[in-house]
Design a protein around this ligand. Structure first.
Ligand code: GLC
Ligand code: GLC
Length: 653
């Protein structure tokens, strides 16, 4: 598309937007007729600011449809209703956040993710954990899917039966509302999943489709035979090849094929149908009004399909997410999205903007930290971060080491080639290293989703087991145990200091090891990710010696890192300045914010290293520094020493 047509398209959208807004104003006004003037004004102002964008996005997706205006009219009603039903405390928070659009960028935000049922018992007991979050320093809590899920296998809750009811084992909707309110009072952000690429096969819509209702069959991609699926299949990847080959599943009741990117019981929603967009927007608004601060948009890459493409990261996927975003800005503006795109780094970046997702997982940094730990060299980490870390203003990475999912080696092949690394051979090495199939490896991971046709494989395992603690404990070797702890602390020091929100997978702060018991549970045995989804052993933790036990040492270090991060405004925001340390084992960057500066050095090898003082002086301001972690004075007149796996956080003196 050349600039000319682009401009004239935009003009057309604006013109149409203006006209529809004029036609819809009475609808908005009627909906709000019984409210106080100030409440109405706030809303109508948001409508006039954000409607043109929302309209233009929907016009590009659905403007060709005969019933387009009908959907807009319904949408106007739904936006108004959502705003009207929004609790007062959330309305007030919306206003504060509109006033400060960087509210989520603070260095005081530190995240933790968990399965409620594994971390504690249920939503009621979770409120008792608030003191634990405070003690550790967690201010952002992602509760993984806690909605009513299908019976039997449910992909760890990602196969949802009803977005508006809570899994009865965990509690009720009222319990969830109370958690939301308690979190708000205690300054903790609540993060929930929005699993919007698919519903489970037991969701009401899927049930209706199964009973033959054409309206709901049109909510999914359902085909009478293999003709069309085969055509799509020519270009598609397989995400879970060990549980089922291909992307379509046969449904015996309907005698039809259904598009199921993930498991056969997770039915992909058909967003080409505007009723699906509106229905899911309704589910989203429902969660927004429960009091969620951040919605984690699950599997964003897959939400739009187009014949002849790989059906990942399509332009329409972006339009859709932006449309959800624009609708939020009108009705529930305090809410932001986090993108879960575990795809090529270029595509990961494409979801990050204030108009789309303010936050995004950073799977590239995650993978590259593990890569550097295996190779003891920082070339690929440095190259990847230099090229793929920078994101738009007012957006943030979520930097993590482990989550409930696997580790995939999603670096850019071109970045690898540029520094002389053969990407495929390297992935193969990393997989062997982390499954312990490499001479001298310290790691105890297991394969996830090995695909014999492509050789693709990902890795499951806990932070501690992958970093060598499990092996060291089995060997009863104190020195190896110290090394493993140093690796764990080193990795954590990086997510705490790189630009973005650090995100812990809770339990890892105690160095939990792999749990091999999942193999005996038929609901889990086929999915090795359960190896790193274990139950918190609070009774065991309580009995720990906090000074001397391995677990106590890990916990105290992580807690200290968190507290230091919060004290230093240099860690605010997402921007970093990477530089080459002159030592191939030492990763280096600078954080600058409002006059505060911290230089970070991280030694990825088990040998002592040093970095020349001149290198530091040529990148950072100042000659004398203070290591805020070790509390040492550091002068750049001499080379700066780093012990095995040591990191330094150097503040200018
Ligand atoms: C996301 C989740 C993952 C799940 C998948 C399908 O990637 O993190 O656990 O299997 O989506 O919902
Ligand atoms: C989920 C899966 C991961 C897959 C990704 C694709 O995160 O766990 O294996 O690569 O989805 O988006």
């Amino acid at each position: 598309m050349n600039e000319l047509t682009k401009n004239s398209d935009t003009d057309t959208y604006h013109e149409h937007a203006r006209i529809t807004l004029r036609r819809l104003m009475p609808v908005f006004e009627r909906q709000l007729s019984n409210t106080e003037e100030e409440v109405r004004e706030t809303f109508l102002e948001r409508v006039s600011t954000h409607w043109p964008r929302l309209f233009s996005l929907l016009f590009q997706l659905y403007g060709h449809r005969y019933d387009f205006f009908y959907h807009l009219e319904q949408l106007a009603i739904e936006l108004s209703q959502t705003y009207l039903e929004r609790p007062q405390r959330l309305k007030e928070r919306d206003k504060q956040r509109e006033y400060d659009p960087t509210w989520f960028m603070s260095n005081e935000i530190v995240g933790g993710a968990m399965y409620v049922g594994l971390f504690t018992e249920n939503l009621q007991s979770l409120r008792e954990n608030i003191s634990y979050f405070k003690e550790l320093g967690i201010t952002y809590v992602h509760l993984m899917p806690l909605f009513e899920e299908r019976e039997g296998e449910s992909d760890g809750g990602y196969a949802i039966k009803d977005y508006r009811s809570v899994n009865p084992e965990l509690g009720t909707l009222d319990d969830l509302r109370e958690v939301a309110q308690a979190f708000q009072e205690q300054g903790i952000l609540l993060v929930l999943d929005f699993v919007f690429n698919h519903t489970s096969d037991e969701h009401l819509w899927a049930k209706k489709a199964q009973s033959g209702d054409p309206e709901f069959q049109d909510f999914y991609y359902i085909f009478p035979d293999r003709t069309i699926p085969n055509q799509y299949e020519e270009h598609l990847r397989e995400i879970f090849p060990t549980v089922r080959r291909g992307n379509f599943s046969w449904h015996n009741g309907m005698k039809k094929w259904v598009w199921t990117t993930f498991n056969s019981y997770q039915w992909d929603l058909k967003y080409a149908n505007p009723s699906v967009f509106r229905a899911m927007l309704g589910e989203m608004f429902f969660l927004a009004n429960v009091g969620v601060d951040v919605l984690r948009l699950d599997a964003v890459a897959f939400i739009w399909k187009k014949m002849g493409t790989n059906c990942e990261n399509l332009p329409e996927a972006h339009l859709l997410i932006q449309a959800f975003n624009a609708a939020v800005r009108i009705a529930t503006p305090g809410l932001i999205f986090k993108s879960e795109a575990i795809v090529h780094p270029r595509d990961v970046l494409s979801y990050v903007s204030p108009e789309e997702c303010h936050l995004s997982y950073n799977p590239l940094l995650m993978a590259m930290l593990w890569e550097a730990l295996a190779t003891r060299k920082v070339h690929l980490l440095h190259e990847s971060v230099s090229r793929k870390f920078s994101i738009p203003q007012n957006t943030m990475w979520c930097n993590y080491l482990r989550c409930h999912d696997d580790i995939g080696w999603t670096f850019d092949n071109d970045d690898a080639w540029r520094i002389g690394i053969d990407p495929e051979g390297h992935r193969d090495f990393l997989n062997r290293f982390y499954t312990g199939d490499f001479e001298g490896s310290f790691a105890r991971g297991v394969p996830f989703q090995y695909n014999p046709d492509t050789g693709d494989m990902r890795i499951s395992g806990t932070l501690a087991s992958l970093a060598g603690l499990e092996q060291a404990i089995d060997a009863e070797d104190g020195l190896l145990q110290d090394m493993a702890i140093k690796r764990i602390v080193l990795l954590n020091s990086l997510i705490m200091s790189m630009g973005g929100v650090p995100l812990l997978y809770l339990g890892e702060e105690w160095g939990v090891l792999n749990d091999y018991d999942y193999i005996h549970d038929p609901r889990k045995s086929e999915d090795s990710r359960w190896i790193h989804r274990s139950t918190m052993r609070w009774d065991y933790i309580e009995g720990l010696d906090m000074e001397d036990s391995l677990q106590g040492r890990i916990y105290r270090h992580i807690q200290r890192l968190i507290h230091l991060r919060k004290e230093h405004t240099a860690f605010f925001g997402a921007a970093i300045d990477v530089f080459y340390s002159g030592n191939e084992h030492v990763f280096a960057f600078i954080r600058n914010n409002m006059g505060a500066q911290i230089v970070v050095l991280a030694n990825f090898s088990e040998e002592p290293q040093e970095v020349s003082g001149n290198v530091i002086r040529s990148h950072a301001i100042g000659r004398f520094f203070y290591d805020i972690f070790t509390e040492e004075e550091i002068s750049t007149a001499k080379p700066i020493p780093l012990g095995p796996y040591q990191f330094r956080w150097l503040e200018r003196r």
